[in-house]
Design a protein around this ligand. Structure first.
Ligand code: NAP
Length: 267
């Protein structure tokens, strides 16, 4: 680890650029160095922006191992604890090591096509859905136990930190951020004389494997969405979703941040 070296990743909004200049000035006054390009050996990454900037910072830099802290200039900023008006307070606490570290586990999705296997990682969620606003039918297996033949818009599997994102809009539960679990939430499940799909989300232990197998008609008309980014695969046979051994290290400065954040951002 390179002591005192800090990565700053940010979006390009006007507000973010002003905050970034201010943060850089204050870091230099305190004898920190700011890396010109993303350095995997830096002691900390500061992400400035909203949750989108936070998610991009992690995906674009291949899931870095150092801790990350967010300064919120976004519309919601669920991941971004630091208020741009409280930079001095944040740096005082950081230098005094007055914080705790929280590990947020990611999802691992193994994608099996007819000829190849790919692995994807998600911070918020992985979705298997129909292409071009069409429905999808798929078999859902939990640890190799057949649960249902689903028909509907798709199925979303979220992490605990992702439970407040798309999952929440679909009526999924909010899951406490450190609980090792996966949540499977149906997207517009069909229920009629023709189809019978589970309407409610299911929360399973982190060690569980959720397998989604599109029926043969849908193998070339489905898409996978990972933290908002769409991926298309030809001859998709199966998606195995488990808890990844990769995790994000977030620095938390306020003891009751989780509850305060939930109240501030959702109530
Ligand atoms: P985006 O515009 O970057 O994000 C959509 C909204 O979700 C933004 O307000 C974002 O906050 C917020 N968000 C992201 N992660 C969150 C989390 N863990 N908890 C609470 N709110 C969170 O959309 P995108 O680029 O398509 O996808 C990024 C994420 O947005 C996805 O992972 C997905 O969970 C979420 N999303 C939600 C819906 C929905 O609720 N209907 C639809 C599509 C995507 P900021 O404003 O701070 O960026």
């Amino acid at each position: 680890m390179k002591k005192n070296l800090i990565n700053i990743v940010s979006n390009t909004n006007f507000e973010t650029r002003k905050v970034k200049e201010n943060v850089e000035e204050k870091l230099i006054e305190r004898n920190f160095k700011i890396s010109k390009t993303f350095d995997h050996e830096a002691e900390l990454t500061i992400s400035i922006g909203g949750d989108g900037a936070f998610l991009k910072a992690i995906h674009n830099n291949r899931f870095p191992r150092m801790p990350i802290v967010g300064i919120n200039t976004g519309t919601l900023g669920f991941f971004q604890e630091i208020n741009p008006n409280k930079i001095d307070e944040f740096l005082d606490l950081y230098e005094a090591k007055d914080y705790c570290e929280e590990a947020s586990y990611m999802l691992r999705a193994d994608v099996y096509t007819k000829n190849r296997k790919f692995t994807l990682h998600a911070i918020n969620e992985v979705i298997l859905k129909g292409k071009d606003s069409k429905i999808i039918q798929m078999a859902v297996e939990i640890d190799q136990n057949h649960l249902e033949n689903f028909a509907g818009d798709g199925i979303l599997v979220s992490t605990p930190v992702g439970s407040t994102a798309y999952n929440f809009s679909l009526g999924g539960a909010i899951v406490y951020s450190t609980l090792e679990s996966l949540q499977m939430t149906p997207m517009a499940p069909l229920n009629s004389r023709a189809y019978r799909s589970l309407k409610s989300p299911i929360i399973v232990p982190g060690q569980t494997k959720i397998s989604l197998k599109p029926t043969s008609r849908y193998r070339n008309s489905s898409i996978i969405v990972v933290d908002g980014s769409e991926k298309e695969f030809w001859d998709l046979l199966k998606l195995d979703i488990t808890m990844s051994n990769k995790y994000i290290r977030r620095l938390i400065f306020k003891k009751d941040f989780y509850w305060q954040n939930l109240k501030d951002k959702f109530l």
